[in-house]
Design a protein around this ligand. Structure first.
Ligand code: E4P
Length: 233
């Protein structure tokens, strides 16, 4: 027998969390049915894509998401000033215990995250594109930082370098902030994030489904079924 794996030596290691990055209820249900879903992230663009507009409709939609998934649901504030973010964030957090208030990485956002931290409201600091932004969000007590991999890749930067840098920094301390790899575009992003030890990944349903696909699996299954049919008439 070989040596125990690194992970096996630390059996209290957490599992990588899988979030789905959508406001589409059918896709959330589909991912939930796989039994692997740990949470949901949304943003104003994703809400708009589903045609969700107006304060009441937005709140009802977040409640509907919380009824499908028993896990953290990121709900983003629209305000960009401290008072507005606090007002919106407190109202969002009051909707359900699983709501995590998503706050943009701007100075007013950092003030708001510090305020939410002091008041026991969990936060996700979004639009992270540098290790320094992740560091200051962690200092403010953010529950999650969301580095955007795909959008960095889009401008010929390596999004995975950012995940690696943040992982290295966070491993030196005990911030309690989780790295939520965001703007994941496909299964290879998920695999690279897992190799680097991102705590969470959030991606579209297609990225999750892509993890399950392999042509040899399809060919192998077709052969098993054909052989079974042959010998069973
Ligand atoms: C993160 O929480 C964002 O909602 C999201 O991952 C952005 O992804 P995109 O760059 O594919 O829009």
């Amino acid at each position: 027998m070989g040596l125990p794996t690194f992970a096996a030596q630390f059996s209290n290691l957490p599992s990588m969390k899988f979030f789905i990055d959508t406001a589409n209820l059918d896709q959330i249900r589909e991912a939930q049915a796989l039994g692997i879903l740990d949470g949901v992230t949304t943003n104003p663009s994703l809400m708009a894509k589903e045609g969700i507009a107006g304060d009441d409709a937005v709140k009802a939609h977040y409640k509907a998401i919380c009824e499908i998934v028993d896990g953290d649901v990121s709900a983003e504030v629209i305000s960009t000033d401290f008072e507005g973010m606090v007002r919106e964030g407190e109202a969002l957090a009051a909707l359900h215990e699983n709501i995590v208030v998503k706050v943009p990485m701007i100075p007013e956002g950092i003030k708001a995250i510090s305020h939410f931290t002091e008041n026991g409201i969990r936060t996700n600091c979004t639009l992270i594109f540098s290790p320094g932004q992740a560091l200051i969000a962690a200092k403010a007590g953010a529950s999650y930082v969301s580095p955007f991999i795909g959008r960095l890749d889009d401008i010929s930067s390596d999004g995975m370098d950012l995940i690696e840098d943040i992982r290295n920094i966070f491993d030196n301390y005990d911030f309690g902030t989780e790295i939520l790899a965001a703007s994941v575009r496909g299964p290879m992003h998920v695999i690279e994030c897992a190799k680097l030890g991102a705590d969470v990944m959030t991606g579209p349903l297609s990225a999750i489904e892509g993890l399950m696909k392999h042509p040899l699996t399809d060919i192998g299954l077709a052969k098993f079924l054909a052989d079974h049919a042959k010998s069973n008439g």
